[in-house]
Design a binder for this molecule. Structure first.
Ligand code: SAM
Length: 287
């Protein structure tokens, strides 16, 4: 356990998909003045250098944010907030750093909102603490070095009864797949109306296929609307690197499906590496 460091993967195609969905959902919830609680059950280190350290070794951002950043299609209005968030943390103009979900959420946080972060890795928790302290919003942000799967329920329901939970495990352990299901079940028991954004890798492994089936069954059991969006950037048989990922969203904001209908084809075009690049969008209540 604990060999996973998100710095290796920062800004890759999976981060792009997850963060585009996250930002759109957050901003829709913030259209009303009422406070929202945002939770990141697997926070990571907060912000990552793309040009040195782990990210420079893996170069995964080259297949993700580097391509999008360089594309004229990143000027589309649908990407405005994403582009602005990244630009905010790259004040010199060049793309040197990539904000992870805690930084993106902090950036969008209004004074009435709260952000709760879980991170279990001892080193990344320390880095996250230091990084978050630099943002000047510490009074609104709580960082816990705890198991996000287990302790999520302790935060629910949020006092404002409005909340978005990002669950973004590394799936380093096979047991993570089952832990997602168990944690989301406990959370729905306490807070059925929350928006749950669950990221997952699309792999030729039974655990990954089973997870989607289980999340579908769980959403049905709790009679909650859901959305599934997957993005594949390549289809090379035998390739070990991650070529596709998805998000399962429970109680998606109603604008998310039309937003993804517009943006997924762009992401496929810009990030796609071969003819196998594709996307898939499915909702519980087709328009
Ligand atoms: N959400 C981050 C983002 O989008 O920038 C990336 C998170 S990364 C995929 C997953 C993180 O979860 C890693 O930093 C890992 O150390 C941490 N982690 C692993 N198991 C955990 C657990 N049970 N509870 C909390 N954090 C965990």
């Amino acid at each position: 356990m604990f060999s996973y460091r998100h710095a290796f993967h920062a800004g890759n195609h999976a981060d792009v998909l997850k963060h585009v969905v996250l930002i759109h959902s957050m901003q829709y919830l913030q259209e009303k003045d009422a406070a929202v609680m945002f939770v990141d059950t697997h926070a990571g280190a907060g912000i990552y250098s793309l040009r040195d350290g782990y990210a420079a070794i893996s170069q995964e951002c080259q297949g993700g944010i580097d391509r999008l950043w360089a594309s004229p299609e990143f000027d589309e209005p649908d990407f405005k907030s994403y582009r602005e968030a990244i630009s905010h943390f790259n004040p010199k103009g060049a793309l040197d750093a990539y904000p992870g979900s805690p930084f993106i959420m902090s950036h969008l946080l209004r004074p009435q909102d709260r952000l709760r972060l879980f991170e279990l890795h001892p080193s990344d928790t320390g880095i996250l603490e230091t990084n978050i302290a630099s943002l000047g919003k510490r009074s609104q942000i709580d960082i816990r070095q705890q198991d996000g799967f287990v302790f999520l329920k302790s935060l629910l329901p949020p006092p404002s009864r409005r909340g978005l939970i990002l669950m973004d495990p590394s799936y380093e352990l096979k047991s993570d797949y089952r832990a997602v299901e168990a944690s989301v079940r406990e959370a729905l028991d306490r807070f059925a109306t929350g928006t749950y954004l669950i990221w997952y890798p699309v792999l030729q492994r039974s655990e990954s296929n089973q997870l989607v089936k289980r999340l579908r069954a769980l959403s049905k059991e709790f009679e909650r609307p859901w959305l599934r969006a997957e993005l594949r950037i390549a289809h090379l048989v035998g390739e070990r690197r991650l070529q596709a990922s998805g998000v399962w969203v429970i109680n998606p904001v109603w604008t998310l499906a039309p937003f993804l209908e517009r943006t997924l084809p762009i992401l496929q075009r810009v990030l796609g590496e071969d003819a196998g690049a594709t996307f898939d969008l499915e909702t519980s209540s087709p328009a």
